[in-house]
Design a protein. Structure first.
Length: 215
């Protein structure tokens, strides 16, 4: 499996910006080899510093990858928040934009995406990483709360359940069909179309009308 989508290019250590240089080096390595291919020694070499230099900012290579993942989640959350736009002009339209933004991030930022979801780092061991991941999921949960609010009280599904189901569907489509590399499975439709149809069928199965405008 490849995470490569064009290298970011080597950026050396200039003007004391060692932390950024190491993060960029780690992103290059993830793009080429996946998270497992990141080592302190190679990140230091690509940043143009000694093998001892990374310890000025990071405890170990897991801490470096965690910082990359945190940065990725921050960018991801920003993209999702912009797409959702507090459900304007209508919840159904905004919900569809949200899914498309998820797929676009996975396709356009594969190195960040791999660091976020494929590095195997425990979120609860890094509060800042956990907070960044929670911020991204909070957008989907808020959107799900808006969508489920349209249901009558006796038939309203739990918003958290809806958010988790839609997240799983969206992530699966992104991982299988929305990749920017040769690992992408070919299907006779755009990933966005597959996601839109899947979410529509899911919501209708819950008795929700995704086209209904909510307050």
């Amino acid at each position: 499996m490849s995470w490569h989508k064009g290298g970011r290019g080597r950026r050396g250590y200039h003007h004391g910006n060692l932390r950024e240089a190491l993060i960029n080096a780690a992103l290059d390595l993830i793009a080429q080899k996946g998270p497992a291919g990141v080592t302190f020694a190679e990140a230091a070499r690509r940043a143009g510093v000694s093998t001892a230099a990374p310890y000025r900012h990071f405890r170990d290579r897991d801490a470096l990858i965690a910082d990359v993942a945190k940065q990725g989640f921050e960018k991801f959350a920003g993209a999702l928040e912009a797409a959702w736009d507090e459900g304007r002009p209508a919840a159904a339209t905004a919900f569809e934009r949200l899914g498309r933004a998820y797929l676009a991030f996975a396709r356009e930022e594969p190195a960040y995406f791999a660091a976020m979801f494929e590095s195997g780092l425990p979120l609860d061991a890094n509060p800042e990483l956990q907070a960044a991941a929670d911020r991204a999921f909070a957008v989907l949960r808020s959107a799900s709360e808006t969508i489920t609010a349209a249901a009558s009280d006796g038939q309203k599904p739990p918003a958290l359940m809806v958010a988790l189901h839609v997240w799983a569907m969206t992530h699966g489509i992104a991982a299988l069909f929305g990749r920017a590399d040769e690992a992408r499975r070919k299907i006779p439709m755009a990933p966005e179309e597959l996601l839109e149809a899947g979410v529509l069928i899911y919501l209708q199965g819950l008795g929700l009308d995704p086209g209904r405008k909510t307050k």
